[in-house]
Every structure is written in C-alpha cells, then in structure tokens.
Ligand binder design. Structure first.
Ligand SMILES: *[C@@H]1O[C@H](CO)[C@@H](O)[C@H](O)[C@H]1NC(C)=O
Ligand SMILES: *[C@@H]1O[C@H](CO)[C@@H](O)[C@H](O)[C@H]1NC(C)=O
Ligand SMILES: *[C@@H]1O[C@H](CO)[C@@H](O)[C@H](O)[C@H]1NC(C)=O
Ligand SMILES: *[C@@H]1O[C@H](CO)[C@@H](O)[C@H](O)[C@H]1NC(C)=O
Ligand SMILES: *[C@@H]1O[C@H](CO)[C@@H](O)[C@H](O)[C@H]1NC(C)=O
Ligand SMILES: *[C@@H]1O[C@H](CO)[C@@H](O)[C@H](O)[C@H]1NC(C)=O
Length: 423
C-alpha cells in the first residue's frame, strides 16, 4: 500500500547533489533506505530502545511491555502470563494505561496529529469480529486438493474497490492448478463513510456468495488500521490453513506474474535443506535502515513524539512472499509487539523479534520498471511483481503476457542475488 520505499542501491547518491537527494527523501518517500551510509545514526540493536528518546510513545509502551515480560527478570510470572491469554492481555492493557498516564507522554499526546491520536486510542484492541469469511477451508480454490496448497494469495483491498478485485480474479489471481495449487483471499475492513444510497456490505456479501474469497473484519478500513489486516490474517491462517506452503501478501493495485512466482517458489522447496530454511523464508523488496517519515503532511508521517529510531529491515512496496511456517511464527510473536500504524514496518518489527532478515529479490518492482525495460516485448516475463497498475492495465498486461508466451518462453527470472544477511 505504501510502495514508496526507496532502494539506495538503485540511487546513485554520488551523481545526485545532496540537496536534491535529501529533498527526494523528505518529500517523496516513506522510508528511504540509507544503506551503507554511516553518517546517520547506527541501527540500534533493539530498535525500540528507549534511551535517549524517553518520550516517544510507541518506544515507551513497548519497553514497558518488554520489561514486564522479560523472562530473565520475571521468569515464573512470564510463563504464567504467557500461558493465560486473559491474564496476559489484562497486563498489557494495564501497562499501556500506566504509560499513557505519564505526564510527559500526555503532554506529547495532545500534539500528535488527529489520526495518530485515533490510532493510539485503539491500538490496544485487535480482537475484531469476523463479518465475512471465505467458503473454502482456507480461501477460494480450496476444493478437491490432494496435495498441500502451494500458494495462498492474500490481497488487501477495500469494499469499494470491486473493480480491482474483479481484474485480479480474471488475471494473476486465478485460483486452481497453476503448476501447484493456488488459492485466493481478499482482506477487508469496513468502509468508514458509506454513501447512504449504496449498502456496500450487502454487495460484498453477494460478492462473497459468488466467489467465496472474502475475509472481512469489523474495523474501520483506514490507512493506519492496515496492520490489523496482517495480525488478523495470521490468526485466521494459523487456524485454517495448516498445510499451505507459501503466502503472497499484496495490495490490490499491483501486477503479479503468478506463473513465475509459482515456479520460483517450487525451486525454493527443491533446494537442499529447504525443510530447515522454510521457517525463516520471506522475500520481497527489502528496505533497510529506513528513517521514519517526518514530513507532517505525508500519509506516512510518524512524528518523533510517537516513534524514535530507525525502522528494522522490512519488505515494502505492495507485495511480499513468505512461508506458511513463518506466518505462524509471526502470529505468535506479534502478540508481544504493540501495533504500529505502518503495516510493512510492523511486519519488519515482528521479523526482528524472530531474528530473521527478509531477503531482497530484484524481481519485485516497487516503483515501476525502468522505462527502457518497460518497452521491451518480454519485460513482464522476467519479473515477479510490479506496483501501481490500474484494473484495466492488469487485464491488458495479462493478455499480453499470454500473447507473448512463445517469443519469451526462455526469459530467465531477474537474478536473485540474495545480498545481505541470509537467514
Ligand atoms: C506494568 O504493569 C505492572 C503491573 O501493574 C507494574 O508493576 C509495572 O510497573 C508496569 N510497568 C510500567 C513500565 O509501567
Ligand atoms: C500451559 O498450558 C498448557 C495447556 O493449556 C499446559 O500443558 C502447559 O503445561 C502450561 N504451561 C505452563 C508453563 O503453565
Ligand atoms: C487466567 O487469568 C485470569 C485473570 O487473572 C484468571 O481469572 C483465570 O482464572 C486464569 N485462568 C487460568 C486457566 O489460569
Ligand atoms: C489513567 O488516567 C485515567 C483518566 O485520566 C484514569 O481513569 C485511569 O484510572 C488512569 N490509569 C492508571 C493506571 O492510573
Ligand atoms: C461492528 O462494529 C460496530 C461498532 O463499530 C457495531 O455497532 C456493530 O454491531 C458491529 N457488528 C458486528 C456484526 O459485530
Ligand atoms: C481502526 O478501527 C477502529 C474500529 O472500527 C476504529 O475505532 C479506529 O478509529 C480505527 N483507527 C484508525 C487509526 O483509523
């Protein structure tokens, strides 16, 4: 959804005047990577470390939580609380209200932008009830399978984006056998201001009766609530999708080359030691050592009264693929990480807790294909994903993909030089 991350390895910092570079960063991008630039603060070993940022709200509540549940400081208590979710949640809430009552925090709170205040008021809650669920066991396309599902496509969308869903269903989101079973589920909250003339819930229900691929919860579908879709999806996945090997989680305005994705994932399963590495598997457009966006009129604005420090490495820009095993681990670890308003960053925070770094793959195009590549006949054959495509463009691209199948059959996937730390 916020595919505005920027890869420094793609920027030639040296060829761009610093001022222009900084303007680019501050004005246009969420969280530019500042890879290899040691002029900035070093990445903290634990990114929510408090000192010297005493009054950043999120760091503070997270630290209170970590101290309280520190197994070294309170071994017996931690075990008991962790095993009893009622007790655990009530302690979380209590610490949260202790922290929010601190004078320094209260002083800052009033200065936070409205949507941030709204986020903070509700960030303790994540148990929203399910309004609609898919008809298959684990998403549409779940019938008559003899083998475990290879790939579940989990797509974030909103009630009113019916056109996007239709385009996806007809193109890259088709379910069934694509050299391995593929299933699909759309993730939604509730529209915040419904026009009185359209009852979008009724329409969505009809849509689900027909396609059986809707998973909707009763929270307001706003930008800062997107993280709820990840945590609630992990919970649903852990309950219903036992054997599913991989999840592709993406936005509804991207183009995915699903056949390439499937082939790529099958190769991963055939690698030696795959049974060991799968539990840590996450691949995407990885952004490292990013700074929070401090531009107050940006959609991604995170004031320093809310969060201090760099972001952990995270996969940004519209889509990411990870293993089903990892999804279950993310589900458990996320219970101990306070919600953060930017979903990709939150997933990165949970990954850091698991001590896993997502792996970068050059087949994920967060921005767009370079102009010279986009004009080539086979350019969409060697990629995994491109961000920002309209429903009409999806349909056109998909048709072109099959039309050029013959000419482009031997296009290799863009190199996966798995740079950086491998899990
Ligand atoms: C968290 O809550 C516990 C239980 O009320 C309390 O003893 C502890 O001091 C709190 N921690 C912080 C940092 O507020
Ligand atoms: C936690 O609960 C499970 C059953 O719900 C039990 O088997 C286990 O022994 C408990 N662990 C602790 C540390 O109390
Ligand atoms: C869990 O904790 C709650 C609140 O402290 C308590 O009422 C309940 O009895 C506990 N449940 C178990 C199974 O220990
Ligand atoms: C925090 O403040 C609110 C009102 O300002 C009060 O109702 C609540 O009891 C306080 N909580 C704690 C833990 O002191
Ligand atoms: C959904 O939440 C609203 C409040 O936000 C509530 O009025 C409504 O009853 C809820 N619906 C269901 C089905 O839980
Ligand atoms: C998230 O959803 C809840 C439940 O509908 C709502 O009360 C809250 O205002 C929303 N949060 C944001 C930041 O929009």
């Amino acid at each position: 959804m916020h595919g505005l991350g920027l890869h420094t390895n793609k920027i030639k910092v040296k060829n761009i005047p610093l001022l222009v570079w900084l303007t680019l960063i501050y004005v246009h991008f969420v969280a530019p990577g500042i890879l290899n630039n040691k002029n900035f603060a070093p990445l903290p070993t634990s990114f929510w470390a408090l000192h010297p940022y005493e009054d950043a709200f999120w760091n503070r509540v997270q630290l209170a939580h970590d101290r309280y549940f520190n197994p070294i400081l309170h071994p017996k208590y931690t075990k008991r609380a962790m095993n009893n979710s009622t007790l655990y949640e009530s302690l979380l809430k209590q610490n949260f209200s202790d922290v929010t009552n601190l004078t320094s925090i209260r002083r800052n709170f009033d200065k936070l932008p409205q949507q941030m205040q709204d986020f903070v008021r509700h960030m303790q809650r994540r148990d929203y009830p399910t309004l609609l669920r898919p008809d298959g066991v684990c998403g549409a396309g779940a019938k008559d399978e003899k083998e475990p599902t290879l790939l579940l496509l989990a797509i974030k969308t909103t009630e009113l984006n019916f056109k996007n869903r239709q385009a996806i269903r007809r193109t890259w989101g088709q379910v069934g056998w694509v050299a391995g079973y593929v299933r699909r589920v759309f993730l939604l909250g509730k529209e915040s201001h419904e026009e009185p003339s359209v009852d979008s819930s009724k329409l969505l229900q009809l849509e689900n009766d027909h396609y059986g691929d809707i998973l909707q919860w009763n929270f307001t579908d706003t930008f800062f609530n997107l993280t709820l879709k990840d945590v609630l999806f992990w919970s649903w996945f852990s309950d219903f999708c036992g054997q599913t090997r991989f999840i592709f989680k993406g936005d509804d305005d991207i183009f995915v080359n699903t056949p390439n994705m499937v082939t790529y994932l099958q190769h991963q399963l055939m690698k030696p030691r795959a049974h060991k590495t799968m539990k840590d598997f996450m691949v995407g457009d990885v952004i490292r050592e990013a700074m929070p966006n401090r531009v107050s009129d940006s959609k991604y604005f995170i004031p320093d009264a809310f969060y201090r420090g760099l972001y952990p490495a995270y996969a940004g820009g519209g889509g990411v693929v990870y293993s089903g095993l990892l999804a279950k681990r993310l589900h458990s670890v996320s219970k101990g990480v306070h919600l953060f308003p930017i979903d990709d960053v939150y997933v990165g925070m949970c990954m850091m807790r698991l001590k896993i770094t997502p792996v970068h793959h050059p087949g994920f195009f967060t921005f767009d294909l370079p102009q010279k590549d986009a004009e080539q006949l086979c350019s969409y054959h060697n990629i995994l994903l491109v961000h920002r495509r309209s429903p009409d463009q999806l349909v056109k691209l998909w048709a072109e993909l099959s039309k050029t199948q013959m000419q482009c059959w031997d296009m290799p996937l863009r190199d996966a030089q798995e740079k950086g730390d491998k899990p």
